[in-house]
Design a protein around this ligand. Structure first.
Ligand code: SF4
Length: 395
């Protein structure tokens, strides 16, 4: 922590103020956050979560106050005079306001400040710069605030950037934290509220400092790739791929970057544990990653890595898939049907097992029941399981 910075004692907090600043944003992060369910934004604001101090939210859209009444706490916090602990939550990327020095204007603003006797828009970038040293934590939410996002894509004339770039490598909050980053376009709402709750528990002195990775992302949310938790992963493994939108298989050949994207959307769903990109048929376009969008364009075309990975999985998947279908054939028959080699279904004709299939199944069973007892048969030799039962009986 920089020694000249203000410090904050984090004991027995009753409430923590949260200043929600919006830069170059579409408000999607706000919408995602108010839709969170675990925990809900309401439970944070009502102080309903044991151990988590009540959050007093100052949000430009959700606030009941307006005008000077709404802005007054902002100015106190920016001057280090709020007298209460607070965090800054920033949504949207930060335009380089110095670009406006010559022609005037601003990229994004909140409230006004007096310039030469006139009220001029107060750039949110300036507000952030003033508040950041006094804040217990600065939390960037959404890909625009974390890495720059779409406003910082190629052709960007606004000089847009994320909070890490804006505040710099040496920035530390009043409690010594670098910027916390929760990416996503929009971020998963629960990722936002859960991280805020975890940080507040830490500030309260109850919870440990949550684990963050080297880019300031909550490690428990952003270490695994989309692919590692995808509901379509089985199709990838068996080498079957969607050819068009609406197909049920793995989407990698129509543009899914999931194997190299760190995001938990498949595991957590988009809202209330439902939805999520791949779950509803949309290939991952890398929206949580620092390189988004440029490094993942053009969208909906095969990522170059697919040439190797899907070719390999098509080859190995072909054999694995057919071996599994063979096992499934027997798994789909009752012991009686197997004995009679006939399935009495009125729904359709079910093929009887061929001689080759019967022989293969015989050896499959040998391996399956090696060192254990096949249901309905008497053990010829003592197996490890029958030995264990004998030992228990003797005790
Ligand atoms: Fe992986 Fe994407 Fe295929 Fe899912 S759809 S298995 S994330 S490549």
């Amino acid at each position: 922590m920089v020694s000249s910075q203000p410090t904050l004692q984090a004991d027995a907090l009753q409430e923590v103020h949260a200043f929600w600043l919006a830069g170059m944003s579409c408000d999607g992060c706000s919408i995602a956050t108010v839709g969170a369910t675990s925990p809900t934004a309401e439970s944070l604001m009502l102080g309903n979560i044991p151990g988590v101090p009540k959050v007093v939210l100052h949000h430009p859209v959700l606030a009941v106050e307006a005008g000077d009444e709404f802005m007054a706490p902002h100015h106190l916090a920016a001057a280090g005079k709020l007298g209460k602990p607070f965090v800054v939550i920033y949504e949207g990327s930060i335009g380089d306001e110095s670009l406006n020095d010559i022609n005037g204007g601003y990229w994004s603003a909140l409230g006004t400040k007096e310039v030469d006797g006139e009220h001029q828009p107060f750039p949110t970038a300036d507000m952030l710069k003033l508040m950041a040293p006094y804040a217990a934590a600065v939390i960037a939410i959404g890909t625009c605030a974390t890495w720059g996002g779409i406003p910082a894509a190629a052709g960007n004339v606004t000089g847009s950037m994320g909070l890490m770039d804006f505040l710099g490598k040496d920035y530390r909050s009043a409690l010594g934290l670098p910027v916390v980053n929760i990416p996503g376009c929009a971020p998963q709402g629960d990722n936002v509220t859960e991280t805020i709750a975890a940080v507040l528990l830490f500030l309260q002195g109850i919870g440990p400092l949550p684990e963050f990775d080297s880019l300031g992302r909550p490690a428990w949310l952003f270490t695994d790739t989309v692919h590692q938790t995808c509901t379509r992963g089985g199709f990838y493994e068996e080498g079957t791929f969607a050819k068009k939108f609406g197909d049920k298989e793995c989407l990698v050949e129509i543009g899914c970057w999931g194997p190299v994207v760190q995001c938990n959307i498949n595991k957590r769903g988009a809202l209330n544990h439902l939805g999520g990109c791949m779950n509803i048929g949309a290939p991952c376009i890398g929206c949580t990653m620092p390189g988004f969008p440029d490094n993942f364009s053009p969208f909906y075309t095969k990522p170059p890595g697919t040439i190797v990975s899907s070719t390999v999985s098509k080859t190995t998947g072909y054999f694995i898939r057919n071996l599994r279908r063979f096992s499934m054939m027997y798994a789909n028959r009752t012991p009686l049907w197997l004995k009679n080699n006939h399935v009495p279904s009125g729904w359709g004709h079910v093929e009887d097992a061929s001689h080759l299939q019967k022989v293969a199944h015989y050896f499959y069973n040998k391996i399956q029941f090696n060192n254990s007892v096949r249901p309905g048969s008497k053990p010829r030799n003592k197996t490890s399981s029958t030995k264990a039962i004998d030992e228990v009986k003797q005790q």
